[in-house]
Design a binder for this molecule. Structure first.
Ligand SMILES: Cc1cc2nc3c(=O)[nH]c(=O)nc-3n(C[C@H](O)[C@H](O)[C@H](O)COP(=O)(O)OP(=O)(O)OC[C@H]3O[C@@H](n4cnc5c(N)ncnc54)[C@H](O)[C@@H]3O)c2cc1C
Length: 389
């Protein structure tokens, strides 16, 4: 089977790229091994949520995805409050202060994935979805790429897009060098109902035992991401529900009153991944396959959606270039994306290291840094603008 482009990985980032190119005239294949895409829906809240930036929400709206999200499942964030580990230092960001309606939206992974796959299902005959399907081999030729699937299918395309997540199989096959380190931390996620209203404020505590975030969900509910050591994560995940609630209440200074667990805790290992190259002849990497960052800034999926936006814009405007794997097009993508990716990699990795250090001098400096930044509107605005894209 011959295609112009094969996208390997149908997570939020890969599936969004296909949705963004559905009217491009390109013949596309999407390969996803997960058995039940779109994910089955139920009324239960998904513990895996994302802080979606206004820029990402606008992009998903252009694709027809955002309008499929039930308004009762999406929470706007009007303010963000970040606390240091000395119980006094803090920094506040407010949408009102910079004259925008909201800083972000909190939405569930399952709802987002389902919405984007709904859009794909209504796409035209230019899209062939292989799901569930796994790639078994990939070979790069000068004029095309050959991909073999586990059911024996042989696919051929001018361009392959690796969107298969942080442990990307495609990246390995292409022998792209990566610098990576494990944070030796687990992101423990769970949802709670709260006694007090969260007032659409996303709260984050930099603590000695990691970073705790409580993100607002609709009504009196919050979603927790507690990035902490592997031992502490194990301990938290094995606590009885009321004991876990008690620990989270304490760690969040009882800001939201009594908590009740509404979804069982889950854990995700956290790794830093920096790739040497985003492209190779007839290959592009996007999303977590192209960068793995710590979730403390809630920016991973937003960074991936910015990859998608850029690549889709370049391919949609390819004009007379009939070969979508033309190296000049890929080079344009890499040049456009390098700086944004590197900046966020350095910022998140630096912050993680700064707060994951028990040196008392450093502790004083970082808390002082939070306080000073809080009083410098220009720097604060610059930080906020970065996170809104
Ligand atoms: C605890 C935690 C909290 C987070 N919170 C936020 C947040 O608030 N905001 C934010 O922006 N980001 C957040 N992130 C980051 C975010 O989860 C990732 O950046 C995002 O999921 C990346 O999307 P992706 O589509 O690139 O990769 P994935 O979501 O990993 O999708 C990859 C897809 O590829 C498929 N696949 C895997 N292997 C193969 C293969 N060999 N062949 C074909 N397909 C394959 C998988 O089945 C999957 O569907 C968080 C991450 C963690 C761990």
């Amino acid at each position: 089977m011959k295609f112009d482009m094969i996208v390997i990985g149908g997570g939020l980032v890969g599936a969004s790229l296909v949705a963004a190119l559905k009217d491009s005239g390109l013949k596309m294949a999407l390969i996803e091994p997960h058995e039940s895409m779109p994910l089955p829906q139920d009324d239960k809240w998904d513990s895996r949520v994302y802080a979606i930036s206004p820029g990402s929400a606008a992009f998903l709206q252009e694709l027809g995805v955002w309008q499929l999200m039930g308004a009762e499942r999406v929470a706007p964030v009007y303010e963000m409050a970040v606390f240091g580990d000395d119980n006094t230092a803090h920094i506040n960001f407010s949408a009102y202060e910079i004259g925008i309606p909201e800083l972000a939206f909190i939405a569930e992974n399952r709802q987002l994935q389902t919405a984007v796959w709904e859009v794909l299902k209504s796409s035209n005959e230019n899209l062939h979805i292989f799901c569930p399907a796994k790639c078994t081999a990939i070979t790069w030729q000068e004029s095309h790429v050959e991909v073999q699937l586990d059911d024996g299918s042989q696919l051929e395309a001018a361009l392959v897009v690796g969107a298969d997540g942080v442990n990307s199989w495609v990246r390995k096959q292409a022998e792209i060098d990566v610098s990576c380190h494990a944070y030796n931390q687990i992101g423990v996620v769970a949802n709670f109902s709260t006694e007090r209203p969260h007032r659409q404020i996303a709260r984050q505590w930099f603590r000695r035992d990691g970073v705790l975030a409580l993100l607002p969900l609709p009504d009196k509910r919050v979603s927790m991401v507690w990035s902490t050591t592997e031992d502490h994560a194990d301990f938290l995940r094995n606590l009885p529900a009321d004991e876990l609630c008690h620990r989270v209440e304490e760690a969040s200074s009882h800001t939201l009153g009594k908590l009740q667990l509404i979804t069982p805790p889950m854990g995700f290992p956290l790794n830093f991944v920096h790739v040497d190259k985003l492209i190779k002849p007839r290959l592009v990497l996007i999303g977590d396959a192209a960068h793995g960052i710590h979730p403390l800034a809630g920016q991973g999926v937003n960074l991936g959606l910015r990859d998608t936006r850029e690549l889709a814009a370049i391919l949609n405007a390819r004009g007379m270039r009939t070969d979508c794997g033309d190296f000049m097009l890929l080079r344009r993508y890499e040049l456009a994306r390098k700086e944004d990716i590197l900046a966020l990699e350095l910022a998140t990795d630096g912050l993680q290291k700064l707060f994951n250090n028990s040196n008392p001098t450093l502790a004083r400096l970082r808390n002082l840094g939070l306080e000073i930044t809080n009083r410098l509107p220009l720097i604060k605005n610059r930080l906020m603008q970065q996170a809104l894209n």
